[in-house]
Design a protein around this ligand. Sequence first.
Ligand SMILES: [Zn+2]
Length: 376
Amino acid sequence: MKIWLLLTMLAQAGNASDAELHKNAIVVDTHSDSTQRILEGRDYAKPQPDMNEDLPKMKAGGLDAQFFSIWIDPEKIKPAEWYKNSIAQFDAVHAMIDKNPRTIAWAKTAADVRKNAAAGVLSALFGVEGGHSLLPGSEGEQLAHLRTFFERGARYMTLTWNNSNPIGGASRDDGQIQGLTPFGRRVLDEMQRIGMMVDLSHVSDPLFWDAIRYVKKPVILSHSSSRQLANVPRNVTDAMLKAVAKNGGAVCVNYFPGFLDADYLAAIAPLMNSLDGLSFIEKERRIAAMGDKLPKVPLKKLIDHIDHMVKVAGVDHVCLGSDFDGVTTLPAGLEDASKMPVITAELKKRGYSDQDVVKILGENTLRVLAANEVHK
Ligand SMILES: [Zn+2]
């Protein structure tokens, strides 16, 4: 046999096993902003060319479970509507699930995700992005809102989005020097009592440290990358990664080029500033519309972040939190959810064992989810 033929066959065998590994793994993503488009009436069961994710893309990408983000744009929606609009978002995703019972099912527990995956059915879970969704209301009313979110499916709440709220400070506004408030402690108590993961993406550094010292269960960071590799406040430092490892939690890497490559963020900063006055979502739309004019960030950057996070925190504490449909662009080669197998292939190329790849793809998230569950 000619040597090139043998090499080709070996390479193909390698690819086949990567594909098999990806297919057999339970792949979980902790953060998708498709919710906003579903609320606008998009049919998630049909291919949506301008979206990063939809049910056909999930199927094609072997993405078994998605946390749908419930997110209120505080610049666009009046404070009086925040809680009400959050509920409308839950309703829209639930209606999508109900319309597609053969394809996707509501998962309330890690066991539900496993059961659905075994039956070849996708799983939908929920996360609330930002404690401002609990408003308006007294502290007691906000805690009641939290319990309703849990009943509607929320299995994590990100303590803040870019805006600070009564729980504590955010990483992207004046609250960056503010930590956990007394009310924030009540919220954490209630989340852990009912079985909702505490999500520390987006929060200020002081809030991160206050919360991780306060919690008794493993935390999640639903969509954050490494600050060592890309120095932006939304990312986590190595000290934070180590603290999450000690806590038993997991940090799910964000695929947004601006969080993977500080140069990319610097390149789009003047553009972002020129759009001052527009809502966050409108800014993102305008920038996304620039498409090919934006600098390209290679997939390698994303894998570098995973690699670094694994080196610092350990392979049991890293997971995937794409931010699909919440970002203006994605790394080249990972343009949408159907391309997820490239992550498995790249990790294998870097020498990761099958077992470690499976942990990063979903097992770590399922472990943290299960550890937060309260079974009466
Ligand atoms: Zn976010």
